[in-house]
Ligand binder design. Structure first.
Ligand code: UDP
Ligand code: MG
Length: 328
């Protein structure tokens, strides 16, 4: 917690991508939360991830009349994780004492921030918002449930299930997260990895207030792969075990035929079907193996390239009188 005499600065980092329909309600509900805690300095940092609608414009308009709202614009759509990283980097720059990360679409109720701050005051350095229930349906929901189950099974590292981006981070936790250089970022995993004193709050995840999800199924699948390949070596291990098993079977079969031929020369096996099945099966196993190796190799390649995670087009306008003036 902050030891300075000024009231703590709370920064809410919110990535936005084509969120024009939800922004008015988001502003109103955040303002109500801010006004309810005048003992804090507040700042909503909206990171525009290359929106093609009027999202950035709406944030600018709002920022003009309420300096607690600020816009950080990226040069293009870098994806949710990169936008989040950009927001966290800015929060560290402006020396936020505590950071709340949340989605713009009001699936994460801003009112829960009050409860998170209470946990922070009790000494939590990380507060996880755990979903008691969620409103997604259909294939999206099925995919999410499947991913969370699978992830718990394969992850080499325990991560609280039913958590997403929504949560609170102390200044130290933000600095630790920002110091992790990896490009394929799976935020819930990284947040668990950095450790720190963690507490939980519970909520019912709402349906999207308006608009359509910007995270397509393809992007969610890629994100799920990032989670698995960043926090598990199991796919590689399965490959090794499969190889050892099939190799063992092949060796035993070979040995059997050699012995059979030696003791029973007349009736040597013919069996084209067995041969074709074995070749196809082994070919398939090898291709899957190469695919899994490729997934890890591609990630290593991305890390080696050292490209920045995001590029800023529009840094947030300085708050008149410095960040301390963000207090209302
Ligand atoms: N988002 C983003 N960049 C993208 C896609 C989404 O910054 O390329 C933001 C979006 O505006 C929202 C959050 O990420 O604030 C979560 O996105 P969405 O609601 O589409 O995903 P879901 O709730 O299904 O995870
Ligand atoms: Mg959403």
């Amino acid at each position: 917690m902050s030891l300075t005499s000024a009231p703590p600065l709370v920064t809410i980092v919110i990535p936005i991508f084509n969120e024009e329909p939800v922004l008015p309600e988001l502003f109103a509900r955040l303002t109500a939360v801010f006004d309810g805690h005048r003992d804090m300095r507040w700042q909503a940092l909206l990171v525009d991830d290359g929106s093609r609608d009027r999202s950035a414009e709406l944030v600018c308009q709002r920022a003009e009349c309420d300096h607690r709202f600020r816009l950080l614009g990226l040069t293009r759509n870098f994806g949710f994780q990169a936008a989040l990283a950009a927001g966290l980097a800015e929060a560290e720059t402006i020396k936020a004492d505590v950071v709340v990360t949340m989605d713009a679409d009001l699936q994460d109720p801003p009112e829960l921030i009050t409860e998170m701050l209470a946990r922070w005051r009790e000494g939590a350095e990380v507060v996880l918002a755990v979903r008691r229930s969620r409103q997604e349906h259909g294939p999206r929901r099925l995919g999410m449930d499947l991913f969370h189950r699978l992830f718990q099974l394969v992850s080499d590292f325990p991560i609280e299930s039913n958590t997403g981006t929504f949560g609170l981070l102390d200044r130290a936790a933000v600095a630790a997260l920002n110091s992790l250089p990896e490009r394929h970022r799976f935020f819930p995993g990284l947040r668990a990895w950095v450790g720190f004193a963690t507490m939980e709050v519970y909520y019912d995840r709402q349906a999207r207030a308006a608009g359509k999800p910007g995270q397509t199924m393809r992007r969610l699948a890629r994100y799920a792969f990032d989670g698995v390949f960043s926090f598990s070596y199991l796919p590689l291990r399965v490959l090794t075990y499969t190889g050892v098993f099939i190799g063992g079977c092949g060796f035993a079969l070979g040995l059997y035929y050699v012995v059979k031929r030696l003791v029973d020369i007349e009736r040597a096996p013919t069996g084209f079907t067995t041969l074709a099945a074995l070749v196809l099966f082994l070919g398939g196993v090898q291709l899957i193996g190469i695919g899994v190796l490729g997934e890890y190799l591609a990630r290593v390649y991305d890390e080696v390239k050292q490209r920045p995670l995001f590029l800023v087009k529009r840094p947030p306008a300085p708050t008149p009188g410095g960040p301390s003036a963000a207090a209302d």
